[in-house]
Design a protein around this ligand. Structure first.
Ligand SMILES: [Zn+2]
Length: 109
């Protein structure tokens, strides 16, 4: 088991090392919202964890980085660098940093 936080999004390689501008947000404890996060993550490992251990385990051990949330998804929090998500927010941005949008369609299996 690794304790280091890594983004759960399939193609996202962000982790806590050297990413000062990122914040990491644990999977929600609400199962319905959690399922939406899992769907968005599109990550077979996350799907497996959800199936095997359930959403609470997911919430304790996995996070999604702030790259996948819109600015308005965060609670306005002046004077603190710690960002919090509004309740019920679902990640909606899935932009690979390396390739520009519209370069090529996503591969589907
Ligand atoms: Zn990420």
């Amino acid at each position: 088991m690794v304790s280091k936080k890594v983004c759960a999004i399939n193609h996202c390689k962000n982790d806590l090392s050297g990413q000062q501008r990122l914040s990491f947000h644990s999977f929600p404890k609400d199962v319905h919202i959690s399922q939406k996060w899992v769907k968005f993550a599109n990550n077979s490992r996350i799907n497996e964890v959800m199936r095997t251990f359930g959403h609470l385990h997911l919430s304790l051990n996995y996070s999604i980085c702030s790259n996948h949330f819109k600015p308005e998804d965060f609670v306005p929090n002046r004077g603190s660098s710690r960002r919090l998500l509004k309740y019920g927010v679902v990640p909606s941005l899935n932009l690979p940093v390396t390739s520009p949008p519209l370069a090529k369609p996503l591969l589907k299996k």
